[in-house]
Design a protein around this ligand. Sequence first.
Ligand SMILES: Cc1cc2nc3c(=O)[nH]c(=O)nc-3n(C[C@H](O)[C@H](O)[C@H](O)COP(=O)(O)OP(=O)(O)OC[C@H]3O[C@@H](n4cnc5c(N)ncnc54)[C@H](O)[C@@H]3O)c2cc1C
Length: 336
Amino acid sequence: MQPSSNISLLPYNTFGLPAKAAHFVEIQSVEELQLALQWGFEPVLILGGGSNILFTRDWPGLVVRNTIRGIEVVRRFKRRVWVRAGGGTVWHDFVRWAVQHSFGGVENLSLIPGSVGAAPVQNIGAYGVELKDIFVALEAVELASGRRRRFGRAECRFGYRDSIFKQAEKGRYCITSVTFSLSLAGHRLNTAYGDLQKTLASMGISAPTIADVSEAVVRIRSSKLPDPAVTGNCGSFFKNPEVTRPVLTNIQRTHPAVPHFDLPDGRVKIPAGWLIEQCGWKGKRVGNTGCYEKQALVLVNHGGATGAEVQALAWAIIAAVERQFGIRLEAEVNIL
Ligand SMILES: Cc1cc2nc3c(=O)[nH]c(=O)nc-3n(C[C@H](O)[C@H](O)[C@H](O)COP(=O)(O)OP(=O)(O)OC[C@H]3O[C@@H](n4cnc5c(N)ncnc54)[C@H](O)[C@@H]3O)c2cc1C
């Protein structure tokens, strides 16, 4: 295993943005990772599928692409099973594997791009399920020391598209494997989302299986989100803002139909896509970038865009929403 120099990262990020890594390596095991860390190139960036990264500049140190694969059952209980997957496993391959084995809990997270190792970083979520709902523990390697460390659930401090790996421990670990708890029997399917119910009904299914839910999610996502292989994007660019009730009441004066969801702490979540749409950005094109025509939350690369262009578009959208609604949107995507 040898590092390569001056490598284009364009094929390694789903936005399809140009950036270069001074040094680059693909690792297939913890031992290879530990060896690469001994080369001493700094700073180190751990890359999975590149589906949640906006490169605005070249990376001056070492980019480590995690391709530690493998899925195995590590414990079997009466009604549940613990499954460990390598951090470099493609997330949807893991979901497909679970569905094929009739292991439940992960089916709503079908077709989310990226790797297993990145999934805890932002506690990925979709259609009423989050990674934390099935999470047991993860193994990681500290980049500074090369030492292995296990993180339990509480230590990860999962939040909405958030964890300790986006906060205090940001950029300090490579997640090498994740262990999940999946149901063997008595699956508790989560089909409350309106879109999911409609799609299952259109498939003629009234008593869905895990595989049916997975298939419905795949259909919805394929019809709503741009395929990164065709149009560069990173999915939702912004988080949905969580605001206090007086902020909502204020917006309701001018927009009585503002969609919102109650949170357990008394605050409310407002869809960022709706706010952006009200500001007239949906489907708008600026140079080589733009706001996706079917979902304002998704910023796209129409071809030939740079990271700086996408970032400028994001800042313009943040400013517009803040002017009109007094809410400052926060990026979900990691801007580098
Ligand atoms: C079309 C589309 C739809 C999407 N839909 C959703 C969705 O529904 N829900 C959702 O939550 N997300 C969604 N995303 C975002 C993205 O898929 C997830 O955030 C995913 O987990 C990113 O995985 P990745 O391997 O591509 O991470 P990368 O983009 O490679 O990395 C993301 C961040 O994690 C760090 N990282 C990566 N791997 C590791 C590791 N092994 N150890 C430590 N740090 C690491 C990186 O340094 C970086 O900071 C979508 C993206 C796209 C393009």
